[in-house]
Every structure is written in C-alpha cells, then in structure tokens.
Design a protein around this ligand. Structure first.
Ligand code: GDP
Ligand code: MG
Length: 167
C-alpha cells in the first residue's frame, strides 16, 4: 500500500509541526524547489501499513478576485484532486473565516476522503469543549474521521497515522 497525503489548513494551525512530528525531523525532506508541479513533497514515511507520501498544497488561496490567485487556486485544486487522503488541519477552538474559506475549497475540489484534524488539543483543559466545533464542521462536510491531536506534544498523532492507513 502507498498513497499521497495532502495537508491543508490556514497558516499557523500547526501543519509544519504536525508533519515534523509524524515524519520525525530528520526524515523530513525540505526543498526550496517543488519536486512536482502539483505537489511539494514534504517527506515520505514507510511503516508496517505501507508508504505514505506527505505533500503540501501550494497556493491554497481563498480570494478568487486576482488573476494570480485564480492561477494559484487552479494549481491548488489540481494538487488536491489527485491525492488519496487529505488532512484538513484546524486549531482546536479557533475557527476563523479563513478556515471556512479553506473548507469551501475542499467542498469544491476534494475527490478523496478528508480527515478533520483538530490540533493544539494540549491547550484545552476541557477536551469536550471541542464537540460543538466538531458538530458544526461535520454538518458541512462528510469527514472520514475526526481526530483531535497535539502536534507539539505528540498526542494522538499515532492514532491519526492509523486513520490515514485505513483509507
Ligand atoms: P503552520 O503555519 O500551519 O505550518 O503552523 P506551524 O507548524 O508553523 O505552527 C504555528 C505555531 O503553532 C507555532 O508557534 C507552533 O509551535 C504552534 N503549534 C503547533 N502545533 C501545536 C500544538 O499542538 N500545540 C500548541 N500549543 N502549539 C502548537
Ligand atoms: Mg508551515
């Protein structure tokens, strides 16, 4: 088994931290040049379940007015059209308009299962406080799984990898 896993989310939700946590700092490939026109490969992880290629989705912009953004949006659309799993990363209780725009793009362009990742769970004393946000998001998109994690602490990231391997 092998597959492409795309990471999507607004800036600052913890995508890089999550990738580094999953791949381990040393395994993370960093390159200034995109390796493909569609994806930037962030790293590859091989484990018992198979090989997983983690990719970035360049230009996941939400403002469609400017020509450059339109171009970038097409690139982003094609970059999420040909992956096997998408991780939609949001920050625990910080649900913003920018997140909503990313979700809208997913609704338009995603052709594969999407896992909702609620990051920074370590910041919450009461994890049950996440439930209203999960309900609101689940009403708008049919997520394949919902996984609260802490990329910083490494909490639940193994569970997330198991969910990725299932799809
Ligand atoms: P990106 O822009 O989505 O790639 O986000 P980064 O990975 O650069 O993280 C943005 C900020 O959030 C950084 O200061 C991280 O240290 C912090 N951060 C990332 N993951 C977590 C987490 O699980 N818990 C907490 N408390 N902070 C986090
Ligand atoms: Mg980043």
């Amino acid at each position: 088994r092998s597959g492409y896993v795309a990471i999507i989310g607004r800036p600052n939700v913890g995508k890089s931290t999550l990738i580094n946590r999953i791949l381990g700092q040393k395994l993370c490939i960093t390159s200034r040049r995109p390796q493909t026109t569609r994806h930037r490969i962030l790293g590859i992880k091989t484990n018992d379940s198979g090989q997983f290629i983690y990719v970035d989705t360049p230009g996941m912009h939400s403002d469609n007015k400017k020509a450059m953004n339109r171009y970038m949006n097409r690139a982003a659309a094609s970059s999420i059209e040909d992956v096997d799993v998408i991780l939609f990363v949001v920050e625990g209780l910080k649900w913003t308009d920018e997140d909503k725009r990313v979700l809208k793009r997913l609704q338009q362009d995603a052709r594969c299962p999407v896992i909702l990742v609620l990051n920074k769970a370590d910041k919450l004393d009461d994890k049950a406080a996440l439930l209203p946000q999960i309900q609101e998001l689940a009403a708008q998109f049919d997520f394949a799984a919902v996984v609260p994690v802490s990329a910083r602490k490494g909490m639940n990231t193994d569970l997330l990898e198991q969910e990725i391997a299932k799809l």
